[in-house]
Design a protein around this ligand. Structure first.
Ligand code: SAH
Ligand code: SF4
Ligand code: F3S
Length: 461
């Protein structure tokens, strides 16, 4: 049934392609938010290119504009409205199509705001109707009609949407959609719907094809990857073991697991693996048991710490990264110190820090004990300071060691240098020839510079 829907869209792709014949039309896409959104954008790009649109990075010359939005925090939303202002100025002068989709569009109050204050937007589409982009574009072109194509139900899992990958050595593969956790601060379950897992066959086939094309690294994506359910008892650990067997894939990453679902079979699979990255992203959110309870995270400070301890014991060379929210409603000084304490104890390799942002429709938004902005910012800076001191400390441990590095390209700041990442996601800068791009090589680390490490090629290979 779902396949039928994609076949229909392929017909629309052909029709739009016919309309666009010989026109050399260009599209500009702006992607906000997480890796799941980036992967969705790759699918939109795949469809657009089959419709004969060519990508441009120059906003001024496009014929079709797509914004793939995020609503996880307020600042992401503000950016979209700024962009729409810029697009209005272009549309006043030229006949362009503006399409806006993604998570923000699933919010009723945003749909109304766009209709009222940004009536020049041609297409509004949601997270569950991404696959219908060809049809939406066709109707806009043919009938010059404004489209609102947003479903308020859980979407299905669609296979076979064309995709244009943005990297040629590292690829993202969405393994599940949606989230069932309803952390009280978070909008994602409302805009992405309930959990739906892809079948193991479809996922493995996609990764096998990537491996054949020369991809060396895959990142398995989902809001809660370790609650992946492939059916008939096939769980996330089974998937990890099957991806491990695919020849050509050298590095496997996944984001994000939930601490409450980090079962022993997953730890065993990582321990037995030669390919799974030794940097595990395990979102903490808060180190205070009280706050975690109100957040609906379903673990305590002690349970988080003992999970980390257990993993470190089983896999000694493991490192951790995390997400932390400061200033959640009701967070006391004592609660915040618990967060600092966990950060100190775990010694995270990387911390993604966020100031709590009120999201319309979530339980935490309605809580009365909101934290004043000033306190939130002070706490944020204290956590940042702890983290930055840890970076210096951690970096020093790398000096003199030899690291396996996936070479990503030339350095943005210095064209003579190459850049890549270690298994623990450290940025490495070193001298080498461009032929090494896409290769996995050994680098000896010689110095540290906070946000990157400098190294040298160990053996020309
Ligand atoms: N499903 C993933 C990530 C969800 S969104 C997980 O559970 O880890 C990415 C991060 O944004 C979250 O981990 C959280 O730290 C942060 N976040 C989510 N809602 C937020 C809010 N309302 N304010 C501030 N940060 C938020
Ligand atoms: Fe949001 Fe929690 Fe789901 Fe992550 S697990 S997407 S933080 S509700
Ligand atoms: Fe943002 Fe949607 Fe991802 S809200 S963080 S883009 S799932």
């Amino acid at each position: 049934m779902e396949e039928q829907k994609i076949i229909e869209q392929k017909e629309y792709i052909k029709k739009v392609k016919e309309i666009n014949k010989n026109k050399q039309l260009k599209y500009y896409i702006l992607t906000m938010g997480c890796k799941l959104n980036e992967n969705d954008s790759e699918k939109m790009m795949g469809m657009l290119e089959e419709m004969n649109y060519i990508q441009t990075e120059n906003m001024k010359e496009a014929d079709l504009y797509i914004i793939n939005t995020c609503c996880v925090r307020e600042n992401a939303e503000e950016k979209v409205f700024g962009k729409l202002g810029e697009l209005k100025a272009i549309k006043d002068k030229r006949d362009i199509i503006i399409a806006i989709g993604g998570c923000m569009m699933q919010e009723e109050h945003i749909q109304q705001k766009i209709k009222k204050s940004y009536p020049f937007v041609d297409i509004m589409f949601g997270t569950h109707t991404l696959y219908k982009l060809p049809e939406d574009i066709y109707i806009t072109l043919e009938q010059n009609k404004k489209i609102k194509d947003i479903l308020d139900i859980d979407g299905e899992v669609y296979e076979g949407i064309p995709i244009k990958r943005t990297s040629s050595n590292s690829a993202s593969v969405t393994i599940m959609y949606g989230c069932n956790n309803f952390c009280t601060y978070c909008i994602v379950p409302y805009v992405r719907g309930r959990e739906r897992s892809r079948t193991p066959q479809n996922i493995l086939q996609e990764i096998e094809e990537l491996a054949k094309k020369g991809y060396k690294e895959v990142t398995l994506l989902g809001q809660n990857v370790n609650s992946y359910n492939g059916g008939e008892g096939y769980k996330f650990a089974n998937l990890l073991r099957d991806v491990e067997k695919i020849d050509g894939i050298e590095t496997i990453k996944f984001v994000s697991p939930h601490p409450k679902d980090f079962t022993d079979d997953v730890i065993e699979a990582i321990k037995d693996s030669k390919k799974i990255s030794k940097l595990l992203h395990v979102p903490l959110q808060s180190g205070s048991t009280n706050v975690l309870k109100v957040m609906n995270r379903k673990y305590t400070k002690e349970q988080y710490l003992s999970l980390v301890q257990k993993i470190k014991k089983e896999i000694p060379d493991i490192a951790f990264s995390t997400d932390i929210i400061v200033g959640f409603p009701g967070e006391t000084e004592e609660d915040f110190e618990d967060t600092l304490d966990v950060a100190e104890k775990v010694n995270f390799e990387q911390i993604f820090m966020f100031i709590y942002s009120r999201r319309v429709g979530t339980p935490a938004d309605k809580m009365e004990n909101q934290i004043p902005e000033e306190i939130k910012h002070k706490r944020f800076n204290r956590l940042k300071e702890l983290y930055e001191n840890k970076i210096d400390e951690n970096n020093k441990k790398y000096i003199g060691t030899v690291q396996k590095v996936l070479v990503e390209g030339t350095s943005r700041n210095n064209e003579d240098m190459l850049t890549g990442r270690t298994d623990t996601n450290k940025v490495i800068i070193f001298k080498g020839s461009n032929e090494l791009i896409g290769e996995m090589i050994n680098i000896k680390i010689i110095s540290e510079h906070k946000w990157y490490l400098k190294g040298e090629l160990l053996n020309e290979s």
